[in-house]
Design a protein around this ligand. Structure first.
Ligand SMILES: [Zn+2]
Length: 104
């Protein structure tokens, strides 16, 4: 069965959350290193961790409707809620319909 637009949003949201979790974990480890006196390693680790968190948020922000290419990060995020948005607010595409294959 082909992937629906909602599945596509869930997949992108999950990947963005995983990226953010890795970044937060790395930043926490870096803060611990900093606290134990490894100043340079702590600083570098914290910067890399924050960069990974920012890349995860940017990845989520760049989620687009596969049909009209409008940015739908809020709609994509709502795919995990109990009452998610069911249609694209710009083109009216049903999010449970099959995702056009051109978009990634
Ligand atoms: Zn749309």
């Amino acid at each position: 069965m082909a992937e629906t637009i909602r599945d596509y949003f869930k997949r992108r949201t999950r990947l963005a959350l995983q990226l953010c979790a890795v970044g937060i974990a790395l930043a926490a480890i870096a803060i611990a290193l900093f606290a134990f006196g490894y100043l340079v390693a702590g600083e570098v680790g914290a910067v890399i961790g924050v960069a990974i968190v920012c890349s995860g948020l940017c990845f989520l922000e760049l989620t687009r409707c596969p049909r009209c290419l409008s940015r739908l990060s809020a709609t994509a995020s709502s795919a995990r809620l109990s009452h998610p948005i069911n249609f694209c607010p710009y083109c009216g595409a049903n999010l449970d319909s099959e995702r056009p294959s051109a978009a990634r």
